[in-house]
Design a protein around this ligand. Structure first.
Ligand SMILES: [Ca+2]
Length: 368
């Protein structure tokens, strides 16, 4: 039986590609989509989720808007990567209907509580909605079947040298989520930068009709041209992040022990093979973009494709240069582990899986 998932997202090009994948994969049953401010503002992430939903024929899956701003900090977006609309290049018609009533946090609590142990929650944007949900209903951590995020990195970041965008955008929420008492499956840059859209992958997308011509290919092209040259020495965001709200949180959550983690992180490449450890955290490159969020959804339906290593992950909220860093300690005692950290991915099998899901979606669209 297909696994029920709720996808909390901030579309965003790779979010859109992840929604299409989730819809097309026979192992997944998308029962809801919640939105959060992230790549672009909440109105746009919600509108984009609705447009993608209707374009690919996901029926009446509810799209429920959530948090418009991070817990403590001013909003941080990624328009330079995803375009001003959030779906640069895509040519999607207007949505057929509006968002569902209510707030994402209520929806998450109500829906997950109504089906204990059945629903896997996949969060592929900043973790604001999830933090609010577990604060309001702490039992949520034991009511989900599983909890998977795209975010973080055991190595280096992409938006800053230390931090990945989803975590950097709302580090206090991420700190709450990682210390909530559940196991977070963290599919971060260590995995996602391995699964790139090469020219060969794009070739395999051709022939998928409107799905490819109006969404997949043009948005990937927009994504590529909008990608910052973040690999330069200065990195991209010189951490306007750090200053903002750091002292405020008193988020004892993050705690102390950063010790030793850096070193361990780089050693963890092993399990899935893949690139040498030194390359795992390298920033996105211009030629072959990564599709981060798709990897997190793939882990839900095919856990065998993405290997994970248990660890203690703590989120830096007070760092001057390292705010939003997911400090990953693979050497922590097992009793302290709060995460399964993605390390390796079978790239060929991943693309076979994703492209066959896209084929299913394209066939469904063609028959309408
Ligand atoms: Ca996202």
């Amino acid at each position: 039986m297909a696994q029920k998932v709720i996808i909390d997202c901030d579309p965003g090009i790779d979010d859109a590609l992840a929604l299409v994948f989730a819809h097309g994969d026979p192992g997944l049953d998308v029962c809801g989509i919640t939105t959060v401010a992230g790549n672009v503002d909440l109105d746009k992430t919600t509108a984009n989720a609705l447009r993608v939903r209707d374009f690919i024929g996901m029926g009446d899956v509810p799209v429920v808007p959530g948090s418009a701003v991070p817990l403590l900090r001013p909003g941080l977006d990624a328009r330079e990567i995803h375009g001003n609309t959030g779906l640069a290049g895509a040519r999607l018609p207007a949505a057929l209907s509006g968002p569902a009533p209510g707030h994402a946090v209520d929806y998450l609590i109500e829906t997950i509580s109504a089906a204990p142990g059945e629903i896997t929650l996949v969060a592929v944007g900043p973790l604001t909605n999830i933090a609010l949900a577990v604060r309001r209903e702490p039992a949520l951590t034991s009511l989900v079947r599983d909890f998977v995020i795209m975010g973080g990195s055991a190595g280096r970041g992409n938006r800053t040298p230390a931090a990945e965008f989803n975590i950097l955008a709302d580090p206090e929420s991420a700190a709450i989520v990682f210390s909530a008492g559940w196991t977070v499956t963290m599919i971060g840059l260590d995995v996602t930068l391995q699964a790139r859209v090469t020219a060969a992958v794009r070739d395999r997308m051709r022939g998928l009709g409107r799905l490819a011509d109006d969404l997949l290919l043009p948005s990937l092209a927009g994504y590529r041209t909008n990608e910052p040259a973040g690999s330069g020495p200065a990195g991209s965001g010189p951490a306007g992040s750090g200053a903002a709200g750091s002292g405020a949180a008193g988020s004892g959550a993050a705690g102390s022990g950063a010790a030793g983690s850096g070193a361990a992180g780089s050693g963890a490449a092993g399990p899935g093979g893949g690139r040498p450890a030194a390359e795992l955290g390298r920033p996105d490159d211009l030629a072959d973009p990564a599709v981060h969020d798709v990897c997190a959804v793939a882990r839900v339906t095919r856990p065998d494709l993405i290997s994970c290593v248990p660890a203690l992950v703590q989120v830096e909220t007070a760092g001057r240069l390292t705010s939003g860093m997911t400090v990953t300690d693979f050497a922590a005692p097992a009793a302290q582990h709060n995460a399964m950290v993605g390390a390796g991915i079978d790239v060929d099998a991943f693309w076979d899986l994703v492209l066959s899901a896209y084929q299913r979606v394209a066939a469904g669209m063609a028959s309408q």
